[in-house]
Design a protein around this ligand. Structure first.
Ligand code: SF4
Length: 388
């Protein structure tokens, strides 16, 4: 019999260049010692495995950075080691994020042989001028060619698009989305462009070099996305993720359903045994921590029941299936998780649905996730009686 389930996240921190909107932990380096990185990731993995014996491994996700730049032999070594450390479920999902260019597409056959069975391609746009604006190194043509190669080698292929760029309209986005829906994939990640602090785009906006699309227009595009993807049988199962039934990312569902996951590699976050873990972000710091301590952890802290319940609520509300408030309260031993009067008001205004203790956001509500969380979250520990 296998134990509690576990997902594994592996972060590869390197990219060929830095995209101007990117706030991920990605670094550009001229020389990468693939052998040293393979050994480091394997050691970091072994450290987590020692703390998590007997788990049933449901998914592995290689994210980045650009993990399609990893040596396929490194990917294979990590997959093999994970199978040795844990019992893998029969339907284990092994995803790798890839950039759509010919160099990386040429590795797809080897990555499939290494055990990867799902690819998530960063197409981002079908339009060359939008790709140039986003600082992407590939053209639309290369994107389509990589998608075709990916579909040849992997049973499950997803791709990302970024919309709500300056100047985007319902007309041009509906044409792009219709094309996306015709390309034969069962999963799409559709992100609105957001200007994150510390990125090159944030400086450009501060210097008035461009204006982000206004919030009302972006909301209109979000609603259009919801309608078109639902109509096509690929509704949102999470704020930005759309899939045919059964094709949802099992790995990401583990995050949103608040399951345990081990996170290895620079900057990776993990959650295991009631603890939050964060690895060193800078590749060089990660490497020196690893040789010093045998793992790359920069911070490790227990999550209090209140913190854990708050996170579980934040994660669960991203999902269309919603979140069971009583289950959260019971799991973390809390007397209260939400303010039910406020939930009732949001049900009345059409932003939230409620069936017993299960609450979920409507399409209108999903546009206002942060506001709604601020309104309803009311996590409280049971009062303890003073003695004496
Ligand atoms: S390829 Fe991805 S991770 Fe790398 S810089 Fe661009 S957006 Fe960031």
């Amino acid at each position: 019999m296998t134990g509690k389930s576990l997902a594994l996240y592996v972060h590869w921190p390197f990219c060929v260049s830095k995209c101007p909107y990117c706030d991920f932990n990605s670094h550009v380096r001229s020389n990468i010692d693939q052998h040293a990185w393979r050994e480091a990731l394997l050691a970091d993995l072994a450290y987590e495995a020692r703390l998590l014996p007997g788990r049933a491994l449901t998914s592995i996700f290689f994210g980045g950075g650009t993990p399609s730049l990893m040596d396929p032999a490194t990917v294979e070594a990590i997959i093999d080691a994970a199978h040795q450390h844990w019992v893998a479920e029969d339907r284990i999902e092994i995803t790798l994020e890839a950039n759509p260019n010919s160099v990386e597409a040429a590795r797809f056959a080897d990555l499939a042989t290494a055990g990867v069975n799902r690819v998530s391609l960063g197409l981002q746009s079908f339009d060359d001028s939008s790709l140039a604006f986003l600082g992407r190194a590939h053209s639309a043509r290369e994107g389509f060619a990589s998608l075709a190669t990916a579909q040849k080698h992997f049973r499950r292929v997803s791709f990302d698009l970024i919309y709500a760029l300056p100047g985007d309209t319902e007309d041009n986005w509906s044409m792009t989305l219709a094309q996306a829906l015709s390309l034969g994939v069962d999963h799409l990640s559709l992100y609105q462009l957001t200007i994150e602090p510390g990125t090159r785009f944030a400086s450009m906006v501060a210097r008035h070099e461009f204006e982000p699309l206004d919030a009302d227009a972006a909301a209109g595009l979000f609603e259009l996305t919801d309608a078109m993807t639902s109509e096509a049988g690929m509704p949102a199962y999470e704020i930005s993720n759309h899939a045919r039934r059964g094709q949802e990312s099992r790995h990401n569902l583990t995050y949103w359903r608040y399951g345990d996951y081990a996170g290895i590699g620079p900057g990776a976050h993990g959650r295991r045994l009631g603890q939050r873990t964060v690895r060193h972000k800078k590749p060089e710091n990660f490497m020196s921590a690893l040789s010093r301590n045998g793992h790359g952890i920069a911070e490790e802290a227990p999550l209090s029941p209140v913190e854990a319940a708050d996170e579980a609520l934040v994660m669960g509300l991203r999902l269309r299936e919603g979140v069971d408030i009583h289950a959260i309260a019971e799991r973390f031993g809390l007397s209260r998780v939400v303010d039910w009067e406020r939930v009732a008001r949001l049900v009345g205004s059409g932003h939230v649905t409620r069936e017993g203790a299960l609450i979920a956001l409507t399409a209108r509500g999903r546009l206002l996730l942060d506001y709604i969380l601020g309104e309803i979250a009311a996590v409280e520990e049971p009062r303890t009686l003073a003695v004496g």
